[in-house]
Ligand binder design. Structure first.
Ligand code: ARG
Length: 463
């Protein structure tokens, strides 16, 4: 591109070198924003005409040109190669080609600085709406599985050591609750994204009598950013969004890790359908949980996106700095990666079967109900610390004699405390242990049922 064709070539004697242009061009990435850019420009031009800054005829011709450009890009007819610097320049240059020099009036009362912030906010708004739908969909699948497996008991873990019996539904609903907070964070982030930067111009506003509120209304923004310098110089909405995505990814990575463990032969608690697993090119017996592993691995990208944008913004003087052009990569990557991962994990869960019998086997042979024995003694007046120590000794005895708790005789129990009577054996049954729980939010079937009712209602009302 020769400098005479550049939209800012006026004061320059020499053209930008090819090396510099290649280095600084962002169109490869920001062409993603072409629809947002065009819709933003259409709203801007309509406002310019309504405010009598452009004539109705000029506005009409520019809008017609912009719509044509939209379909040219849609159909791949307009080349968006690196010579174009960025998507905003590419569209404006094409407009001038189409409607003549008058097309240059489109940029009245605005700058690329507020234009790019507008495009990003429009893009992010749509991305958040879509992400919320995907998160809610995932919650529905988990809720469905919780209902389906209501009554299935499994060992609950702490430190990845068997801890206490819990309902599988309760375990799955823990993820529903986590995802709910992610959903809330998305909703909250949206509020701060949905404010209009356009009209800030380069940084100081404009002397044209523009109507920013009108543009906000046309584009569905809740309000107008009140400080023009702030409007063009911050990217905290990208930071906030990538932080929300990081949280979602962190949750997904925990679920992934669990599926990797549960589908291993060591656990064998779950089986993922062939359609969502892969084989090994060398070991015929292998069935690998790659989707879960990839999700766990992709977390690194999204955390990286957050670190990336935080670092770009750190220490930047007000207002716009070209460094900020680098915000597209973390923004787009966080949107695409998180979206893909939520989607694939939803489908992995749809296609995962839980092995009830395996849970039961593990429940039979373990000390998961040891806490019940301690609680039993406490009910009979033994201080909890003593009860804990007595129970610890009983467990030690069982380990030494290779016997599960439930197989101890009353006589053996009496060696540790005279307080035991027949009724203690009932508590050693995992089902009784679960049913014994009283506290709100606990794993007792009653409480878990309440959660199911709650989430069914909440998720029904979600769009
Ligand atoms: N491509 C630029 C970006 O994404 C657009 C804004 C450029 N503004 C400027 N004054 N050079 O940040």
């Amino acid at each position: 591109m020769s400098q005479s064709k550049s939209l800012w070539g006026g004061r320059f004697k020499a053209a930008l070198s090819e090396a510099a242009l290649r280095f600084s061009s962002s169109i490869d990435l920001d062409k993603t924003l072409y629809q947002e850019d065009i819709y933003g420009s259409i709203a801007h031009v309509e406002m310019l005409a309504a405010c009598k800054i452009l004539t109705a005829e000029e506005s009409r011709r520019i809008r017609k040109g912009l719509k044509e450009i939209l379909s040219e890009i849609d159909s791949g007819k307009l080349s968006l190669s690196w010579e174009k610097e960025d998507i905003h320049m590419a569209i404006e240059q094409r407009l001038i080609q189409k409607v003549g020099a008058m097309g240059g009036k489109l940029h009245t009362g605005r700058s690329r600085n507020d234009q790019v912030a507008l495009d990003e906010r429009l893009y992010l708004r749509a991305a958040i709406i879509e992400m919320k739908k995907l998160v809610a969909q995932f919650q529905r699948v988990l809720l469905f599985k919780s209902e389906k497996h209501f009554g299935t008991i499994m060992p609950g873990y702490t430190h990845l050591q068997r801890a206490q019996p819990i309902l599988l539904s309760h375990h799955l609903l823990a993820y529903v609750a986590m995802l709910e907070r992610d959903y809330e964070r998305l909703t909250d982030c949206y509020k701060r994204v949905n404010r209009l930067p356009l009209g800030a111009a380069a940084l100081a506003g404009t002397s044209f009598p523009i109507d920013r509120a009108m543009v906000a209304r046309k584009l569905g923004f809740d309000s107008v950013l009140e400080n023009s310098i702030d409007a063009v110089s911050d990217r905290d909405y990208i930071i906030e969004f990538t932080a929300v995505c990081s949280n979602i990814m962190m949750h997904l990575s925990r679920m992934s890790e669990e599926l990797v463990l549960w589908t291993s032969q060591e656990f064998n608690f779950a089986r993922i359908d062939d359609a969502y697993t892969t084989g090994s090119s060398i070991m015929p017996q292998k069935k690998n949980p790659d989707m879960a592993e990839l999700t766990r691995g992709k977390v690194g990208r999204v955390y990286g996106d957050l670190m990336n944008i935080l670092t770009i913004m750190k220490g930047l003087p007000l207002a716009y700095n070209r460094d900020m052009q680098e915000d597209k990569q973390p923004l787009f990557d966080a949107v695409n990666t998180t979206r893909e991962c939520v989607y694939i994990m939803t489908h992995v869960y749809i296609h995962t079967k839980f092995e009830k019998e395996r849970f039961e086997e593990e429940l039979k042979n373990d000390f998961l109900t040891a806490t019940e024995i301690a609680d039993y003694l406490v009910m009979l007046g033994v201080p909890f610390r003593d009860a804990h120590s007595i129970t610890g000794k009983i467990v030690g005895y069982c380990i030494e004699h290779h016997t599960p708790l439930s197989k101890l005789s009353l006589k053996e129990l009496h060696k540790f405390s005279p307080k035991f009577s027949e009724d203690v054996f009932m508590l050693l049954d995992p089902l009784n242990s679960i049913e014994h729980k009283r506290s709100a939010g606990s794993t007792s079937p009653n409480e878990v049922k309440k959660q199911i009712v709650h989430w069914t209602r909440v998720l029904k009302h979600k769009k």
